[in-house]
Write a protein that binds this ligand. Structure first.
Ligand code: SF4
Length: 385
């Protein structure tokens, strides 16, 4: 199979008969603001009889996206951008925005700005990024992201991977990709891509593919075959997904996803709180409800399936939501932009409506009883903790 990509709703096969005129008009209005993209393989997974179908929710516009909420840059990535397309937030990790295209556009994407202002943030010169990484020996991990690096021609991806492999202090190359879910045939139909993993995921230095399966139904036979080929070629596979309303926010569904991933050797890595990006409100589950879902799902999982951490990718760092007790919620900096916050344990009064870390800060003290030196940031402002 060679899936056909489409960028307009009216290119969906049978579009006129799938939905009513009024429904189509509503979705096409969203599409004019937030672009749509998918392919016929992924669309074939939708149950069109079910208006709340999770696969449909992942990729088809939702009128609620037009509610005026959220920010273009919810994790203030701009604050950590050291040169066009390169972010350096944690000492050991550089993130390169390498592509501004994906196999589909997730409706809850936290980097929608890439699709709204195409080309503006993606690294225009990979050579400059390589030079920056070479000059920073503390960088051991490089994350190629975007957009989806697997949307690029294999030759272009290989040139970047090859240059990174020549830098001695770069140990791990991570590629963030939803292609195994959106279009596993990109992998199955390209022996050169498999060869790239075989060549550059060496005994000493691995390539990690960070997949994004949001729902167990995305793990089709073709997706599992593609993942297997990558594993056989030496890639390490980890999955990350936000908790998403109407997609994976039932504990049974989340547990099924985590368990299925563990069965095929894909390590559940991060479960994210949905970022408050523009248009994302209808996908967002409040933090404490998400925690409850994660904990209930974990009760149905083996140890290998529940390795994932539930985190918020906040402007100030990666904050793990550890648990709750007696009207208190406990969090810890798993990664921190400022090293003094690393590992810091925090306790907050319960706030069932909170959807982001900022919603807890006003009443917050950390585990040692110190109040925060924090002021909420405008998008793009430097972190203030
Ligand atoms: S794959 Fe990632 S970058 Fe691409 S649309 Fe989905 S969330 Fe956004």
């Amino acid at each position: 199979m060679k899936p056909r990509f489409i960028n307009r709703l009216n290119q969906i096969e049978g579009w006129e008969s799938l939905l009513s005129d009024a429904e189509r008009e509503k979705l096409e209005r969203v599409e004019r603001i937030f672009p749509f993209r998918s392919n016929d393989y992924y669309l074939s997974l939708i149950d069109w009889e079910d208006r709340g179908d999770p696969i449909r929710r992942i990729v088809l516009p939702d009128p609620q996206e037009l509610e005026n909420t959220g920010r273009l840059d919810p994790s203030s990535e701009r604050s950590y951008t050291r040169l066009p397309g390169l972010q350096h937030k944690y000492p050991q990790t550089a993130l390169v925005l390498f592509s501004d295209t994906c196999g589909g556009i997730c409706r809850f994407c936290f980097r929608k700005r890439l699709f709204l202002q195409r080309g503006k943030e993606v690294a225009p010169d990979i050579g400059a990024c390589i030079a920056y990484i070479r000059a920073h020996p503390e960088i051991t991990d490089v994350l190629l992201s975007g957009g989806d690096p697997l949307m690029l021609p294999t030759g272009e991806l290989e040139r970047a991977v090859c240059m990174l492999r020549e830098i001695e202090h770069v140990q791990i190359i991570r590629i963030g990709s939803k292609i195994p879910a959106y279009n596993p045939y990109r992998i199955l139909n390209d022996p050169e891509l498999i060869e790239l993993f075989r060549k550059y995921s060496s005994r000493e230095k691995k390539i990690y593919l960070m997949t994004q399966f949001n729902h167990p139904r995305e793990l089709t036979g073709a997706a599992i075959r593609a993942l297997d080929e990558l594993q056989r070629a030496g890639a390490m596979l980890m999955n990350q997904t936000p908790i998403l309303a109407g997609i994976n926010d039932a504990p049974e569904t989340l547990a099924e996803l985590l368990r299925s991933l563990s069965f095929i050797g894909v390590a559940p890595y991060y479960l994210f709180q949905c970022r408050p990006a523009i248009g994302n409100r209808s996908f967002t589950v409040p933090v404490e409800r998400s925690l409850q879902i994660v904990q209930e799902a974990f009760r149905m999982c083996s140890g290998l399936a529940k390795r994932a951490r539930f985190v918020m990718s906040h402007a100030t760092g990666k904050i793990e939501v550890v648990g709750s007790m007696d009207e208190r919620v406990f969090m810890r900096y798993h990664q921190a932009a400022r090293s003094r916050n690393l590992g810091r344990l925090m306790a907050f009064s319960s706030n069932p409506d909170a959807i982001w870390f900022d919603d807890y800060l006003e009443s917050g003290t950390d585990g040692a009883g110190d109040s925060f030196e924090y002021r909420p940031m405008a998008s793009g402002e430097e972190a203030a903790i």
